[in-house]
Design a protein around this ligand. Structure first.
Ligand code: ZN
Length: 330
C-alpha cells in the first residue's frame, strides 16, 4: 500500500501531530494519515479505525466553521454569531501553512457593480478583519445592486500566529508581492534603502511568490471588480489609487494619499490595471471603530460609489477603458 514506505518514525510524527492539533492538519496530511492508519499493527479493531476515519472526514468537512471559531476570538468586537452568520466558505486557495482562505459572495438578482472587499492582508491588523465582517453583515442586509465579494482574512497564518505578525508564514509583506513594473529592481531599492531592510516589509523573492498574493491576483482576474476596498490599520487615513475621483472621507478618515509603493496592491490594481483601490487605514489595529462609525464609513463608501461608479453607467467593458492613455501604454 502507498503508505507502506513510511518509516515508523514518520508514522509516529504524523500520529503526534494528529494528537496535538488535528485542526492544523491540511487535507493532504489528513489523507496521508488515512493511509497510515491501515498500517497500524497495534490497532486491530475495525471499530476504532472507523472512528478515526470518520473523525478525519468530519475535520475536513467542518473546517471552515472551525476556522471561524479560530479567529473570531482574536478579533475585536466580533461575536461567534457574527462570524458564523458571515457564512464564509473555502475559496479553494490555501495559505503557506495550509489554512483555507475564506470568502463570501453576496449576489443580488440585479447586479450592476462588482466590489471586492479584503482585510487582514497584514496579519496583525485585527480591527481590519472586524470591520470587514461588520460590513459583510451590512451588505447582506442591503446589497444595493452590487455583487460583493468579501475576503475578511487574506493572511490567516499571520493573524493566527502567536504573536500575530504583519507578514505571511514566509515572512513576506504581501502588500509588496504584487507584480508592478521593474519589480525586482524597485522593491530591492525600496526595501534596502527606504526601509533599511525592515523584516516587516520584505517583498519576497519574486512577484506573486506567495500563495496568498497569488490567490488575490487570480481572484481579481476572475471577479473583474469595479472597485477594490482593502482594509488596514493603524494609520488613521484614507488612501486611494486609481483613475477616478477618490472619496474625500469615510467616516472620520480623511483622504491622504501616501504615495505609490513597488509591489503594492494599490500600485498593481489602481495604477497599472486601472481598477480603483480604496485603502482604509483604521486608527487602531487592536480596537474596532464603534458601531456608529463603522456604519457611517459604510454609508460614505456607498455614496462615493454611487456618485463615482453609478451602477447604471458601468458597462460590461473592461475597467481599463477608464484609464488615462499614459497608463494604458505602460
Ligand atoms: Zn496593513
Amino acid at each position: 500500500m502507498w503508505s507502506a514506505g513510511l518509516s515508523l518514525q514518520s508514522r509516529c510524527r504524523h500520529r503526534k501531530e494528529f494528537t496535538l492539533n488535528p485542526r492544523r492538519l491540511s487535507v493532504n496530511r489528513q489523507f496521508m494519515l488515512l493511509g497510515a492508519l491501515f498500517d497500524f499493527n497495534d490497532m486491530h479493531t475495525s471499530f476504532l479505525k472507523l472512528i478515526f476515519i470518520t473523525f478525519l472526514l468530519i475535520a475536513a468537512i467542518v473546517r471552515p466553521t472551525w476556522a471561524c471559531a479560530d479567529f473570531y476570538t482574536k478579533l475585536p468586537d466580533v461575536s461567534k454569531d457574527l462570524c458564523l452568520q458571515a457564512q464564509l466558505k473555502p475559496s479553494g486557495a490555501r495559505s503557506v501553512q495550509g489554512r483555507s482562505i475564506l470568502v463570501r459572495d453576496i449576489t443580488p438578482p440585479d447586479v450592476h457593480r462588482r466590489v471586492l472587499v479584503l482585510a487582514a492582508m497584514h496579519g496583525d491588523e485585527f480591527s481590519a478583519a472586524s470591520v470587514a465582517l461588520h460590513w459583510l453583515q451590512m451588505a447582506n442586509a442591503a446589497p444595493v445592486r452590487t455583487h460583493w465579494r468579501f475576503i475578511p482574512v487574506l493572511n490567516p497564518d499571520g493573524l493566527l500566529r502567536q504573536p500575530a505578525q504583519r507578514m505571511n508564514a514566509h515572512g513576506v509583506d504581501l502588500n509588496r508581492n504584487f507584480p508592478t513594473p521593474n519589480w525586482q529592481r524597485e522593491t530591492k531599492i525600496y526595501w534596502e534603502k527606504l526601509t533599511r531592510r525592515d523584516p516587516r516589509r520584505w517583498p519576497g523573492r519574486a512577484p506573486l511568490s506567495e500563495p496568498e498574493a497569488k490567490y488575490l491576483f487570480d481572484e481579481i482576474g476572475r471577479f473583474q471588480p469595479d472597485v477594490i476596498v482593502s482594509i488596514h490599520a493603524p494609520y488613521g487615513v484614507l488612501d486611494f489609487d486609481g483613475p477616478v475621483m477618490p472619496p474625500t472621507r469615510l467616516g472620520r478618515l480623511y483622504l491622504d494619499q501616501v504615495g505609490v509603493f513597488p509591489g503594492s496592491l494599490g500600485n498593481y490594481s489602481g495604477v497599472q490595471r486601472g481598477v480603483p483601490v480604496v485603502t482604509v487605514e483604521l486608527p487602531s489595529a487592536l480596537r474596532a471603530p464603534i458601531a456608529s462609525e463603522m456604519s457611517k464609513m459604510w454609508r460614505d463608501l456607498l455614496t462615493w460609489m454611487d456618485k463615482t461608479l453609478p451602477p447604471d453607467e458601468i458597462s460590461a467593458a473592461p475597467t481599463l477603458a477608464r484609464l488615462p492613455k499614459s497608463v494604458q501604454q505602460r
